[in-house]
Design a protein around this ligand. Structure first.
Ligand code: HEM
Length: 404
């Protein structure tokens, strides 16, 4: 039987909740009087109102609101990670929040385009009112960099000064200092990667198996090069093979790896890097699906911030050219261009993981025990109890027990 109420009737069915019910109304709840009353045009205050200054302010404010949301998500994820043993059931929630940050950053990358509808001539009309204000003084942007894990020693210098020099008020400097001192997302992710099941030297011992595979691959490559008869080509192939061997040795030898870290060419601890390689190879195993997605979203975040930096540099060049100083006093375009290098990539090692992958058919086969460990079968009390030696093998995963 069909519903007696027609569609049109239903469209008008309801009650004005604003009348006679308690609680906040829309504008009060969102405190729109504050938010929408916060667009103060300096050009108007100087009796020379410039139309585009409104867009300039709203765009920056929208950025700051989204920065706030990203910080909120990143901090909440850091709190979940900070517990020494991460409950794997939280992984879905962590992923959800990180993917949310990815989507917001995509929006922020594109948002630059709206500001590009302002022409340099329009901008020139009010730019002189802005000094000494500059995006360089965005506290939230610096907090975000620090909480993600940008290291102070990797930062580009700003007028030969420390980035913190532009913050003089006590609450800001205190916040920045603690954001430098507290474990960053990068630190916490490393701590988690270091516990990747399968890294232990007992049992499956992925690292030894991987090393053997690489040794065979390199030896085969070198043997093929030795057979090359064209001298010029042989020289190039030899060079390539030598470079590849050196690269792999740098990942097998912890001391060499640490030297890369010291030079700023790698970020992760040796063990964390090994964990990331292990997850990359076995990402199809149920227990590694979500960890792999998390690693991808961390790379997305780094990539999107780099894209934002790039879009912002182009915007600055479009508005100011390459030779004008910024309102904050930097060399403008040239300073910003220096921030585009890998020095600001927090998860640099994840981007470079592809250097260490081997063809799929060479990836060491999982043992049955390891396969079980990477499955998502939750042990029912009394099932598959870990005993003796095996207990230490799986102590990093209190919820999953190995089949004897
Ligand atoms: C017409 C538009 C813009 C111009 C001409 C501009 C110009 C500049 C310049 C010249 C700098 C270098 C520091 C200085 O000397 O002032 C800078 C830094 C910065 N700007 Fe913008 N900007 C614009 C829009 C934006 C927007 C929409 C945001 C969004 C929040 C933003 C955020 C930043 C940040 C965070 C920095 C510091 C970057 C770093 O040090 O890595 N800018 N901007």
């Amino acid at each position: 039987m069909s519903c007696p109420m027609k569609d049109n009737d239903f469209a008008q069915f309801g009650f004005n909740m604003a009348e006679g019910t308690e609680g906040y109304l829309y504008g009060d709840y969102l405190q729109l009087d504050k938010v929408l009353g916060a667009q103060r045009l300096v050009s108007a205050e100087n009796n020379r109102p410039v139309h585009d200054e409104h867009l300039f302010i709203v765009t920056h404010q929208a950025y700051e609101l989204w920065f706030k949301q990203i910080l909120f998500e990143v901090d909440s994820v850091r709190t979940l990670f900070i517990k020494s043993e991460l409950d794997e059931r939280l992984m879905l929630e962590i992923l959800k929040r990180m993917q949310r940050c990815v989507l917001i950053l995509k929006l922020l990358v594109d948002q630059v385009m709206i500001l590009e509808t302002m022409t340099p001539l329009d901008f020139m009309e009010f730019r002189h009112y802005l000094s000494p204000a500059s995006g360089f003084q965005s506290l939230q942007f610096r907090l975000l960099e620090n909480r993600l894990g940008v290291k102070q020693e990797h930062r580009a210098r700003y007028n030969k000064d420390h980035y913190m020099a532009v913050f003089s008020d006590e609450p800001s400097t205190a916040l920045l200092k603690s954001s430098e001192e507290e474990p960053s997302l990068c630190d916490l992710v490393q701590r988690w990667l270091e516990r990747t099941p399968g890294l232990e030297e007992t049992g499956f011992n992925f690292w030894e198996k991987y090393r053997n595979v690489v040794e065979t691959l390199l030896a085969n490559e070198e043997a093929a090069v030795a057979k090359e008869t064209n001298d010029k080509l042989k020289e190039v192939l030899n060079y390539n093979a030598k470079k590849r061997r050196e690269l792999f040795e740098s990942v097998f030898d912890e001391t060499t790896h640490n030297a890369f870290v010291k030079r700023g060419e790698r970020r992760f601890s040796h063990k964390a890097l090994r964990g990331a390689i292990l997850i990359t190879f076995y990402r199809d195993e149920p227990r590694f699906n979500q960890p792999y997605q998390l690693l991808s979203s961390l790379m997305d975040i780094d990539a999107l911030i780099t894209k934002w930096r790039y879009n912002h540099v182009l915007l600055v060049q479009r508005m100011l050219g390459s030779m004008q100083l910024g309102t904050g006093g930097s060399s403008g375009y040239h300073y910003l261009r220096s921030t585009l290098s890998d020095r600001y990539k927090v998860f640099l090692d994840l981007f470079n993981l592809s250097t260490f992958i081997v063809p799929r058919d060479c990836v060491p086969q999982l043992t049955n025990q390891m396969k079980y460990r990477l499955s998502l079968v939750e042990a029912v009390d009394g099932d598959f109890k870990c005993e003796g030696e095996n207990r230490t093998n799986c102590c990093s995963c209190s919820k999953f027990h190995q089949r004897e």
